[in-house]
Structures are given as structure tokens and as C-alpha cells.
Write a new protein. Sequence first.
Length: 482
Amino acid sequence: MKKKLKILFTSSEVHPFAKTGGLADVCSFLPLALKRLGHEVRVVMPKYKSISKSFQPVRVDLKVPVGDKIKKAFLFRSRLQNKVPIYFIENNSYFGRPQLYGNQHGDFPDNAERFIFFSRAILEFCESTGFCPDIIHCNDWQTGLVPLYLKTHYQDNPFFSSTRSVFSIHNLGYQGNFLKENLALANIPDKLFTPDGVEFYGRFSFLKAGLLFADILTTVSPSYCREIQTKENGFLMDGVLRLRSKDLHGVLNGVDETEWNPKNDSLIPSRYSAQDLSGKQKCRKELIQRFALDSHSNQPIVCMITRLSQQKGIELIAGGLNEILNKGINLIILGSGEQRLEDHFRKMNAKFPGQFAAHIGFDEKLAHQILAGSDLFLMPSLYEPCGLTQMYALKYGTVPLVRSVGGLRDSIKKYNAKNSQGTGFKFSQNTLKDLLLELARALSVYKNKSSWKSLMINGMETNNSWDNAAKKYLRLYLKALQ
Ligand code: ADP
């Protein structure tokens, strides 16, 4: 008989409440897909300042040990897409700030304490509300201490005797490595601060805690799963990952078609589908107007929607902008992130008016509009755990041109002109030369309208549903419970 599982999803960001990247999308859409498969799912996240005050308060106050103090937390409740209960943990001294992790001066100096508090609060939440999960699914370093607590402080607590943990790596580049002094705040004994434990080159690593103590580890694509176990791409964590290689699995993320589907997207000027692409032309026209582009129909609009960080291959674009634009394209960038890159692209707006447009900021609605109105989507990442935006691009008939790494390698099939198979363009080396060669290839296919249309349709008809991914996670949950 199929067992109905109780699953608690924990994350520092969940769409649509707080988002800095793909993590938020996964931690919203995967719980929804698990619920569709018939399981009982709840989500827990911090209550940041930006999160509505009008949510229903839950009449349970949590008492959370942090060092030798007891900190209070209050609970609020809402639902994801009206379906999955989501709980917000409120403690304004930790989370009552407009940003999630830091401000213009850098990371918040108390990030270790904030997420020690959050991790313990998650376990206290379970007990206080009587929700006894079969699986606690933790995501990234912010929740890395939860698996450790389950195997130490809560090990003899009968409430958690059949609870198992799954820890997902969304980006190994972010590890939550802090000063050793934070061990005391986490109430973790010094004996765990060893190279076999949570010590990582002299620091206390929250990510490593998750990697060592979770029952099952996952990451967000099969290729990234292999890459992070190598010295070149392991961010010094490859040894730990190889040690746990038997328990580490790559599951490709999906696309939530209630929110990312041009057929029913209320954020774009005109809806369209693979059967009727006329609405995409309208979206394109509006985009040309919005960014005052001098566009000709034989000249594709290329877009990027991205964090402005080195990981995303932005240096290649910043350094090679002249050569890229010389190919006769329009380029729109929607991005936010590193100050120097934001400043650089703002300057380029003035240098290439009509051909290049950078919108600096994080704007969900604009992301949908740019994706719908563009022809090509560019993602030249140095490394990419999964990447969601290229999968959204497929759905919107905006052909991806990506560097063949991690999830980009797994989610995009190289176009083959001979049999019209494939969904996009891929290049291997992190060089401007390779990028330009692939761009030239894309432009020659773009000239042939019927080839381009079949390429668009191949992408639009690709099935990257979350339901497939959720089934794979379920198998892993059952493995954790064996
Ligand atoms: P990462 O998580 O590494 O940032 P992903 O491609 O997995 O990259 O996910 C990025 C998510 O954030 C996508 O939903 C994308 O649309 C969104 N996004 C990135 N930058 C912006 C921005 N400037 N404005 C709006 N949405 C953005």
C-alpha cells in the first residue's frame, strides 16, 4: 500500500514570500508537487520584514535555545497557492530586516546566530505544533544544522524517533562557514569541531553539518552531482561529498506550469502557446518599446535574467559586450548583484543605446515579460547547479544558448540542423571565442524561420514537470526511511 508521508520542507527563502534565486522557486514548487502526489506537506521559513503582517497567527509560541539563552519565536501561517500550509517563524531581532542575508555593507555579522536560531526553531516547531514529520527536507547551509541536531540533541527524543532528514545542495559555492565561537551559540560540543566533524579549514561549516549528518543528500542535477565530487568543482568540499557518494543523488529541478507558462501567464502582455505563437510577437513588440530598442525582425532579441555574480559568467559578457553586439543582436539584461557589475552595465546603457539595455534590480514581473518577448536566452555560467531560468526560457519559446555545465548540460539538448532535433545551443569553453562561435551558429539558424520555429516548439513541448522530479524525491525519502 502506498504510504502517505508527512514531509516538512525548510528553507530560508520560498517563492512568493522571499526570493534571491532558484532556491525559493524549488522550495515552493516541489512541496506543491509532493502535495499533488498525495502527501502531507508543510513548509517553514523565517518571517522577514517584507512578509505580510496580515497572516494568521498560530497560537503557539516557541522557546528556542541559542547558547545559554532562550529566544522566543512566534508563528504565522499561510498557504502556497492555497494548497500547502506554510509557517513563518517570527523573531524580529533576527529576521525583521528588509534583506535576507546582508545589505550594502556585506553579509549580516550575526548570520550564524540567525540560522542557528532558525534551525533549532524548526525542530521546536515540530514538537510544539505536534507535526511529527517522516522527512525533514533541508535546503542549503541555512538549514544545515537541522540534520546535525536530529542526530545529536534530539536523538533520544521519542517524538523524532522515526524522522529522517534529506539535505539538498542548491549551490555548493555558499557554505555558511563561520567562526568557531559560534559553536557555543549552537550548543554544539567542541568534540564535533574536528576535520571529521563540522570543522572546515578552521571554521564552523553549516553546510558540512548538513552533508555529514543528513540521511540522504541530493543536489539539483545529475551533472552537478558528478562535478561537485571532483577537486576542480568541489569548493574544497569534494572529499566530504565523495565520502557520502552512495547517499548523494542528482535530481533535475522542474518548471511549475501554473506560474511559468505563456498559455496562462497574467504578467505578460499577450498569452501564447506552441500551437499559436502570435502572442509572442506582441510580447516582443512591447519589449522593443519598453526598452526603446532599434530592432529589426531579422535581428534576434537576446536576454539574460540573472544574479550579477561571477558564477553566472557575467565577466565574459561585460568584457566582450562590444564583440557580442557586433554580431547584430539586441541584448537585454535584467539583473542585480555585485555593485561593480551593476555599475558597469548601467554605464553600458549609455554607450549602446537602442541596442543594449540593462535593467538593474530584481523584478519578477519584468522577468516574465523579458522572457516572453525575447528570442534567445543567454546563460554562460562558469558552473550551474541546475539553473531554472533556461528551463523557463524553453517553456516560453525563447531558445537557450548556454555553457554546457551542470544542470545546463542536462536540461538543454544541442540543436541538430540535420534532423531538427534539440532545444538550444551549447558551448564548452569559458571563452569569448567559444561563446561567439555558438552565437554565430544560433544566428544562422535564426535566419531560417521554419528551423527556428521548430527549435522553439521543441523547447516549448519539453516536459520538465515538477511531478517527475517529485516522484524521484519520493523514492529518496523512502530510501531514507528504510
Ligand atoms: P540562481 O538560483 O543561481 O540565481 P536559477 O536560474 O536557478 O539561478 O534561478 C534564478 C531565479 O531567479 C529564476 O526564477 C529567475 O527568473 C529569477 N531571477 C534572477 N534574477 C532576477 C532578477 N533580476 N529579477 C527577477 N527575477 C530574477
